[in-house]
Write a protein that binds this ligand. Structure first.
Ligand SMILES: Cc1ncc(COP(=O)(O)O)c(C=O)c1O
Length: 472
């Protein structure tokens, strides 16, 4: 059945509407949506941590959409900056012009990225996947420029996510999102990924010593590539696929040292973790690791405009500037003035409200600290196996048996059920499946804007608790 657009609106707060009552229906509209099997509420307005739909229902955005929104919805100074830029100059092509807004924001981003990026340069894109593609090509061209043209492989990790374009998929490890496209992608080595709740080394010391064992896999993979490894891409903290998993002590430092020793570029994919989300400007700072290339998106514009950035260190930029003199890459909309103006206004907001500090979950009195404590309180629920994360990026992993850590059968879609129950209560979360092995395992990603108040966190966690109990 083809649903008429207006009939496809549901009242998500209506507890009688569940996924099972909707099963088999076809919610087709002129928009090719993510799913034909469920109706989507129609969003019409946002303000602070709230989004409203066309029926007047209010939702607390406890996942920042998909870990995108960091400054809150509806910030006038951002839309004003976009309007002003569009009025002044809406677009020029980067083969013909640069713009003041791009030059100024690039310098501000280099400063935000820290000392290691002094003298570097920024390539602006329209989002995370485009930025990852750009970073992969930049790493390859860097190697060619320094005379290492045999280096063309980008190594990565299992259970990672770097985007949905074919190049980004080739380095991702998210099984579900890759499976049917695999015949179309060129793959290089994927190494294991530390996941302390289900550590491959069966650690009994909270993973204090397995970091070097995981890092050693990279050393072996680089050696096995026979001099063909150009770069290694990783998420400093796993994003959606494993759900806010932090690395064990010494692991990232080990990875960085191995890359340096082998002349392999270290590419930190901070699409989800960057721009303050974890309580540091970039998450690598928690582990004092200096990447050669940083990839940012999501929080960079907080969702106000499509924007991504590849922040390259001086070493990488010098190789091209002193070599062929041209980066062989380009998108029509790279460094789009209106998007860049949005990003610049967002960064100004992040700095004026001190939101990186607000996101720091290790400092008492911050939103991050309140979020961490509130989520930790869910551990007493029978179906909550793990609560993990940092800053304003957290995950709650569900299990059917707490002792054995046995996951729910995937067909139960437990995370999806909890997500639907949250939605009916006016709470937005980000449900995911596959953390255990790519297919089984259920978790929710929680990543609210850093402007969230303690009472809002309290209310949200109450709803989440009720939603979990209802689904179990
Ligand atoms: C770590 C990481 N890299 C890349 C991407 C892809 O970004 P986009 O969806 O903006 O293309 C994502 C998206 O979730 C991500 O989390």
């Amino acid at each position: 059945m083809v649903a008429v657009l207006t009939l496809s609106f549901i009242k998500p707060h209506n507890p009688t509407v569940t996924e099972s009552t909707l099963a088999g229906q076809d919610f087709r509209t002129p928009v090719l949506r993510r799913s034909f099997r469920k109706p989507y509420p129609v969003a019409v307005r946002g303000e602070g941590v709230y989004v409203w739909d066309a029926d007047g229902n209010r939702y607390l955005d406890f996942s920042g959409s998909a870990a995108v929104n960091f400054i809150g919805h509806g910030v006038r100074e951002v839309s004003d900056a976009m309007v002003e830029q569009a009025r002044q100059l809406e677009f020029v092509h980067t083969s013909q012009f640069t713009t003041p807004v791009a030059e100024e924001f690039a310098q501000e981003l280099l400063d935000f990225a820290g000392e290691h990026f002094r003298g570097g340069a920024v390539y602006f894109t329209c989002g995370g996947s485009e930025s990852v593609e750009t970073a992969l090509k930049l790493a390859r061209q860097y190697q060619v420029e320094i005379g290492q043209s045999e280096r063309h492989q980008i190594l990565s990790r299992n259970q990672s996510y770097h985007g949905s374009t074919l190049g980004a998929l080739s380095v991702s490890g998210n099984r579900k999102r890759r499976e049917i496209y695999l015949p179309m992608v060129r793959e290089f080595a994927h190494i294991g990924i530390p996941y302390c709740y289900r550590c491959a080394f069966d650690c009994t010391d909270d993973c204090h010593n397995c970091g070097q064992q995981y890092a050693a896999e990279l050393d072996s993979a680089i050696k096995a590539s026979n001099g063909a490894a150009a770069g290694f891409i990783f998420e400093p903290m796993s994003g959606a696929t494993l759900g806010a998993v932090t690395p064990p002590p010494g692991y990232l430092q080990g990875i960085a040292e191995i890359c340096r020793r082998h002349g392999v570029l270290l590419i930190a994919d901070e699409v989800m973790t960057g721009m303050g989300r974890t309580g540091r400007n970039f998450a690598v700072e928690h582990w004092e690791v200096a990447a050669d290339i940083l990839v940012a998106a999501k929080g960079l514009s907080s969702g106000y405009a499509p924007l991504g950035a590849v922040i390259a260190s001086k070493k990488v930029v010098d190789a091209i500037a002193n070599g062929s003199g041209a980066f062989l890459h380009g998108f029509t909309y790279n460094a789009h003035p209106v998007s860049v103006a949005a990003g610049r206004a967002v960064l100004r907001r992040v700095q004026s409200l001190n939101l990186v500090h607000a996101a720091d979950s290790n400092t008492e009195g911050t939103a991050g600290f309140a979020l961490k404590n509130a989520l930790e309180s869910l551990r007493d629920l029978d179906s909550v196996g793990d609560v993990r994360g940092l800053g304003m990026l957290w995950a709650v992993e569900f299990v059917s048996n707490k002792k054995t850590k046995a996951p729910f059968p995937p067909e139960k879609n437990f995370a999806g059920l909890v997500g639907q129950a949250c939605l009916r209560r006016g709470l937005l979360v980000y449900p995911m499946q596959g953390c255990v092995d790519g297919t089984t395992g259920d978790h929710l990603l929680i990543a609210p804007p850093a402007v969230i108040a303690d009472e809002q966190i309290g209310w949200a966690v109450q709803q989440l608790r009720a939603a979990v109990e209802e689904s179990a």
